[in-house]
Design a protein around this ligand. Sequence first.
Ligand code: ADE
Length: 240
Amino acid sequence: MMRIDVLSLFPEMFKAVFEQSILKKAADSGSVSYDVTNFRDYAENKHQRVDDYLYGGGAGMLLMAQPIFDAVAALRKRSDSKPRIVMMTPQGERYQQRHAENLAKEDHLIFLCGHYEGFDERIREQLVTDEISIGDYVLTGGELASMVVIDSVVRLLPGVLGNETSAHTDSFSNGLLEHPQYTRPADFRGLKVPDALISGNHALVDEWRHKESLRRTYLRRPDLLSDRDITEQEAKWLEE
Ligand code: ADE
């Protein structure tokens, strides 16, 4: 079972994702457990402050080292395995499916979410194993970003997705975008499902899907094709 801890000043935000749908089912079935800790509870000063002004001056506040160091120490004690400690920050490595696959192998993840402000550099230096950005834009806090990462990791855990194959055939896992998909009826107000898909010929269906995945990737995300080896067959299709 994977253990996921989150350190956040706004623990209530996580109910929106941990208590619904697949992430909830994953916890109910014992694939994962979630725990959200408000690190304000670890602040040693009497007003439970977690932030302070910048040395050297400047606008804004920074999260102090002490509450986060002590909250992480407490979480480490509760688990036998060595956790990955993930800081959510726009300065981190840009998050990709391969990062999700890598995190999904761990036993224990701890997510650090800042709000409004940055972190004292000593948190990065001493505690953090991974810094992740979910994209080149700035959020008000790391909470939403951590939820994105957690969602993408939990769906990869064994037994979480009902259909075992669906995590492997979806966009990105083979380096291509997913092909177009259709469900009944075969003719919706004159709009027809492609012949190959209703042919009943598996080889034809597979070829059609592979070709359409490639076409879609070429048109929408050519950058993905430059990161991936192209087979001889795919090269021929691209020439068509
Ligand atoms: N915190 C604020 N913006 C962020 C982003 N883009 N990714 C991760 N954490 C963040």
